[in-house]
Design a protein around this ligand. Structure first.
Ligand code: HEC
Length: 168
C-alpha cells in the first residue's frame, strides 16, 4: 500500500468505523429534543382552533349575506374558503392535553371531545362533506340550491356546538 493509498484507506475506515456511527447516534439522540421543540404548546393549539373557527364564522357570514343579495360569485368565493377550512383536518386541533386551557380565551371545548375523539372526528368529517358539497353547488348558478345546501351546513355547526361546545 502506498503512502497515499494508506492515508485514503485509513480515512475511509475512520468514516465507516467512527464518523458514521457517531452521526447516527447524534441523530437519534436529537430526535426527542426535536420532537419537544416542534410539539406546539396547548395554548398555541387552542389559539389555532379558535382562530380557525373565527375564520369559519367569517365565511359562513359572508355566504349568508351573499345569498341574501343573490350574489353567486361571492357565495362561491366564501364557500370555497369554508370548504378548505372544514376539510383541513380540524380534529387534529383537539389533541389530548388541550381539553382545558386558554387560547385567545378559555377553551369552550367539552370534555366529550377528548373522551370519545372518534365520534367528534366523524362530525368534523360530516362538516367537511357538507361544505364541499356547498362549494360544488355554488360553482353552478343556482342560488336556490346553494341556499338549501347552506342550511345543511349551518345545521352541522349547530349540532356540533350543541354536543361539543360549552355555551354557558
Ligand atoms: C365538529 C364540530 C364543530 C363544527 C362542525 C363547528 N364548530 Fe364551531 N366550535 C366547535 C368547538 C369545539 C369550539 C370551541 C373551540 C375552543 O374554544 O377551543 C367552536 C368554537 C366556535 C367559535 C368560537 C371561536 C372562539 O373564538 O373561541 C365560533 C365563532 C364557531 N365555532 C363558529 C362555527 C360556525 C359558524 C360553524 C359552521 C359553519 C362551526 N363553528 C362548526 C366545534 C364545531
Amino acid at each position: 500500500m502506498s503512502k497515499v493509498e494508506a492515508r485514503f484507506y485509513f480515512r475511509n475506515r475512520a468514516i465507516t468505523r467512527w464518523i458514521l456511527p457517531a452521526l447516527a447516534v447524534a441523530t437519534f439522540a436529537r430526535a426527542p429534543l426535536a420532537q419537544a421543540q416542534t410539539a406546539p404548546r396547548p395554548e398555541t393549539v387552542i389559539k389555532w382552533r379558535q382562530s380557525a373557527f373565527q375564520v369559519i364564522a367569517w365565511n359562513a357570514g359572508r355566504i349568508k349575506s351573499a345569498l341574501a343579495a343573490n350574489d353567486i360569485n361571492e357565495t362561491r368565493t366564501a364557500a370555497t374558503a369554508l370548504a378548505a377550512l372544514a376539510g383541513s383536518g380540524l380534529a387534529a386541533l383537539f389533541p389530548p392535553g388541550t381539553a382545558q386551557g386558554k387560547g385567545w380565551r378559555d377553551t369552550t371545548a367539552r370534555a366529550e371531545i377528548f373522551s370519545d375523539p372518534e365520534k367528534f372526528r366523524a362530525l368534523t368529517e360530516q362538516f367537511a362533506d357538507e361544505t364541499a358539497e356547498l362549494a360544488r353547488v355554488a360553482s353552478g348558478s343556482d342560488p336556490k340550491a346553494a341556499s338549501e345546501q347552506f342550511a345543511k351546513v349551518a345545521k352541522t355547526c349547530k349540532s356540533c356546538h350543541d354536543k361539543y361546545r360549552q355555551t354557558d
